[in-house]
Design a protein around this ligand. Structure first.
Ligand code: ZN
Length: 699
């Protein structure tokens, strides 16, 4: 097929998601790379150490590849199929090869250096200075200064790492899909909420049990996120919980889908890469482009551990006491699969609300309406449905436009809400489709407007019910929306540092975690919680109980995160691949410090730890805690201004928008925070929200 007819290569305002087929990808990427190779050759021949002579043409090359590959990558995450996988496997090495060539270009590197050393340097804007510094650092970390043979080896490593990441993710998806348990006796499902019964019966219908009903079954239990969590929290059947828990924490850990050898190889290659670049370990490489250093990250983990361990021990004692009180046989022998179940029961009794029974108060459309109202109040922008304006990849995807106070569109986003285990990967995320850019605009008079995706895995609606959410799901939507806001409301016209591009990775979670805080603010909850049938608001005292329950088991939950952050840093700093200790030994050792009930010896959570083996968080999982401390501190500025006072919220919102949401990677994140808050961040607010501030002993 001629390249001009290929939808992936045509000029578009919105990507033609509805007509892109897997068979378009290979010819499109091949033709694109030939075109970009030519552009790169031309740039190297003509490069000058000036903005128009270097950065403008370079940004165009980088942008073109990232937009087209972004679409491919997005379809890979939401429309997985064997043909798509095979195609990606075929073209990925070529794409990686081109990116390496671009990042290792000596001529481009020298031109950036010349700008850095020129007398004009001081006249550059902050954002342009950041672009130059980031590009210089990136080139070094991609091996621009290596000798030829070392660089060849470096490139082989990069190619292999990319392939392993793709394989790692595919194995998890396949392993998750391969588990199913058919249940025909309703007694076995005692305790499960009606939503779960409906979805598991619907799964049964999809899998050929035509007459399955929520009432009479059969039901099929899978490891899909909403089902897994529901079984662990609500199934009275302890052996069912155990079976599902074990299946979940051992996903992709044996047989042909085993991720263990992939992890070992990844760690080995990352260490080799670090050494080639002259670093001691991979953590040092990763932290080069972050706010923290290895020591500062470890120090934060240590301090948060100190603040939470005692409270996690108390949490466990309380749970045991409660289970004992309820006459549970397992009370003295609580295991991993009992924790969620009993803590749900304890939460219900202590705070007198049942997360499941609250679902009807959180129908997705109302939650989105509340979120958009909040966004308007804080940041002064309107979000309007614009379905039909842009093509979508699935009928459930909706499309929105964001308008500023002059009623002109400033950004767009897609929202893909529901879980589709057969083709969509788990979790939730927000991705850039195209970023704001002065250079990559088709209109000379204004920059290109940003577009993002927001993808979640919420419970799908049924014939008579919209998607009904738990508070935690509401929190997840707010989180991803926070990421999207940083892209959508950026005012940065330098495309290489607009939105969250060029931001140190450990600062990227600041707006997302910041938005989560609003789910625990009275007005916001009352604004979004409306019964889907009656329209009744959530009773005031129930909302107060939700707010009070925020600190429930917060120490335990924080420690769980600290396990992930610690094991990630350990594996990328002190761990010796191929040495005496296995990756699981490291995890078990850390488990002793972070889990009051020991991990199962056969726990293989690492085999599904995509964040660090298939995503961008390698030696960077600590970023969540790092950014959480900062985002809580940012939220406390709104508290200080007065959460009930719309005028002061608007003022503080404007300040937040102009700094954290607007500046993108155009300014160092510590300076951005300083500009917003007027001082350095402290962990006080974070500890307070989690009920972890040390209580001052009475003397
Ligand atoms: Zn996030």
């Amino acid at each position: 097929m001629a390249a001009v007819e290929n939808p992936l290569l045509q000029d578009f305002i919105f990507p033609p998601y509805d007509v892109i087929e897997p068979n378009h990808i290979c010819p499109a990427i091949e033709a694109l790379l030939i075109e970009l190779e030519k552009d790169l050759d031309e740039l190297e021949k003509t490069v000058k150490p000036t903005w128009p002579g270097l950065v403008v043409p370079l940004e165009k090359i980088i942008d073109r590849l990232s937009v087209v590959w972004g679409i491919v990558n997005h379809l890979n995450s939401v429309k997985d199929c064997p043909q798509l996988r095979a195609t990606i496997q075929l073209v990925q090495p070529k794409k990686v090869g081109f990116q390496l060539k671009l990042r290792q270009s000596k001529l481009i590197y020298m031109a950036f250096k010349a700008i850095r050393d020129s007398s004009d340097w001081e006249n550059l804007s902050d954002a342009r200075k950041r672009v130059v510094d980031l590009k210089l650092k990136e080139a070094v970390l991609y091996g621009v200064s290596l000798e030829d043979t070392s660089r060849e080896r470096f490139n082989e490593i990069e190619q292999e790492l990319e392939k392993l990441a793709q394989q790692f993710e595919e194995n998890i998806l396949d392993a998750t899909k391969s588990f199913e348990k058919v249940i025909t006796d309703k007694k076995e499902l005692e305790g499960l909420p009606s939503t779960t019964l409906s979805i598991t019966a619907k799964t049964a219908i999809d899998k050929g049990y035509e007459n399955a009903t929520a009432e009479d079954g059969p039901w099929i239990i899978t490891l899909d996120g909403p089902i897994y969590r529901s079984v662990l929290q609500h199934a009275c059947n302890r052996s069912l919980r155990e079976e599902i828990f074990r299946a979940y924490v051992t996903r992709a850990s044996d047989g042909p889908l085993n991720n263990t050898p992939i992890i070992e190889r990844v760690l080995e290659l990352r260490l080799e890469k670090a050494k080639l670049l002259g670093f001691k370990n991979y953590a040092e490489v990763s932290l080069e482009m972050k706010m923290a250093t290895v020591d500062k990250a470890k120090d934060l983990i240590y301090k948060l551990h100190e603040a939470s361990w005692g409270s996690a021990i108390r949490d466990l004692e309380e749970l045991r006491d409660y289970a004992r009180e309820k006459g549970a046989q397992e009370a003295n022998d609580l295991n991993q699969w009992d924790i969620n179940f009993w803590s749900e029961r304890l939460r219900e009794s202590r705070y007198d609300f049942d997360e499941e029974e609250l679902r009807p108060y959180f129908p997705l459309p109302k939650v989105m309406e509340g979120l958009f109202n909040l966004t308007k109040k804080l940041f002064g922008v309107d979000i309007e449905p614009a379905d039909g304006t842009a093509p979508v990849w699935n009928k459930d995807v909706s499309f929105y436009q964001v308008k500023d106070s002059s009623n002109a569109p400033i950004a767009y986003f897609y929202f893909d809400p529901y879980s589709r285990p057969s083709e969509k990967r788990g979790g939730a995320w927000a991705d850039l489709v195209v970023g704001r850019s002065g250079v990559c605009s088709s209109d000379n008079t204004r920059p290109r407007l940003p577009i993002t995706n927001i993808v979640c895995n919420l419970t799908p609606p049924t014939k008579d019910k919209p998607s009904l959410m738990t508070i935690r799901e509401v929190e997840a939507v707010f989180h991803e929306f926070g990421h999207a806001l940083q892209h959508l409301l950026t005012k940065q016209d330098e495309g290489l540092v607009s939105g969250n591009q060029g931001i140190e990775w450990d600062a990227v979670e600041i707006p997302s975690l910041f938005m989560e805080n609003w789910c625990y603010q009275r007005e916001t909850i009352l604004g979004i919680a409306k019964h889907y049938e009656s329209g009744e608001p959530l009773p005031e005292n129930t909302s107060l109980r939700i707010l009070r329950a925020r600190t429930f088991r917060a120490g335990t939950l924080l420690l769980r995160q600290l396990r992930y952050a610690s094991v990630d840093l350990e594996l990328h700093s002190t761990y010796v691949p191929g040495g005496l200790e296995s990756i699981y030994d490291v995890d078990q050792e850390i488990g002793k410090r972070t889990h009051p009930i020991p991990l199962l010896p056969e726990d293989r959570f690492l085999c599904s730890f995509s964040h660090i083996f298939a995503d961008k968080y390698a030696a960077g999982y600590y970023s969540y805690q790092w950014a959480e401390v900062i985002s809580a501190d940012a939220f406390s500025a709104f508290e200080e201004a007065g959460l009930e006072n719309d005028q002061s919220l608007r003022e503080m919102g404007r300040k937040f928008r102009e700094t954290i949401l607007a500046l993108g990677g155009g300014k160092a994140p510590n300076e951005v925070f300083l500009e917003f808050r007027g001082r350095e961040p402290t962990p006080h607010a974070f500890l307070r929200y989690n009920g972890l501030l040390p209580t001052i002993a009475a003397t």
